[in-house]
Design a binder for this molecule. Structure first.
Ligand code: SAM
Length: 201
């Protein structure tokens, strides 16, 4: 099954696959957020993060290639009394905006190895000078864990991959660690993640 069809299928049922609470790392970094920031939520799925950011007063464009996911994101926004803009795009062929966003966030997108560098570069270029990128994904060590992550280990990330892809960025945080999840599909289970916060100079 093609990736887009795979995600449309996963999001087609009732309910929210990853829940409606925001990502743990995003919550931990909430101190960086200020109302009004023009924000791009990349691969935002069913919108748990984009909608939470809108609730904090940020101006959010949520992009994903699953229309089922984005429809749920819009429904969640309505439920929470906020509005978000949504756009269905395939990130591998999208003409990415440049120097347009104060904040770019993405959580747990796992493209094939050859697409990881271009994805990071495009997210970084989408930032205005001084803008920040917040990124989290499964790290290579997640291949040893039972719950969560892509079947193909080549889709996992490492801090080296991230560092090389965003050369020229000011790295505020780059770490690989094992966390115990509070939200998402497998609360209470360990996850090996790589976390990045980078600023456009
Ligand atoms: C594991 S889900 C994470 C969703 C969301 N970030 C969250 O944390 O709840 C990965 C998301 O990436 C999206 N995605 C994967 N490849 C994509 C692509 N090439 N273009 C657009 N979206 C993509 C999927 O549709 C899916 O919503």
């Amino acid at each position: 099954m093609k990736r887009q069809a795979f995600w449309e299928d996963r999001y087609k049922g009732e309910g929210y696959l990853f829940g409606t609470e925001p990502n743990d790392f995003l919550l931990e970094e909430a101190g960086r957020l200020t109302p009004g920031l023009r924000t791009l939520a990349v691969a935002d799925g069913e919108g748990r993060n984009g909608v939470w950011l809108a609730k904090q007063g940020l101006d959010v464009l949520s992009v994903d290639f699953s229309e089922n996911g984005l429809a749920k994101a819009r429904a969640l926004a309505t439920d929470r009394g906020v509005s978000i803009e949504t756009l269905q795009v395939d990130l591998t062929s999208w003409v990415w905006p440049t120097a347009s966003f104060d904040l770019v966030v993405t959580f747990f997108i796992h493209p094939p190895a050859q697409e990881q560098g271009p994805l990071l570069e495009n997210m970084f270029r989408a930032l205005k000078p001084g803008g920040q990128l917040i990124f989290e994904a499964y790290a290579k060590a997640q291949a040893e864990n039972e719950f969560g992550g892509p079947d193909d280990p080549d889709r996992l990330f490492s801090s080296d991959i991230l560092r090389q892809a965003i050369e020229g960025a000011e790295i505020l945080l780059l770490e690989e660690k094992t966390i115990i999840r509070r939200s998402g599909r497998f609360p209470g289970k360990p996850a090996a993640v790589v976390r990045l916060i980078a600023r456009h100079p």
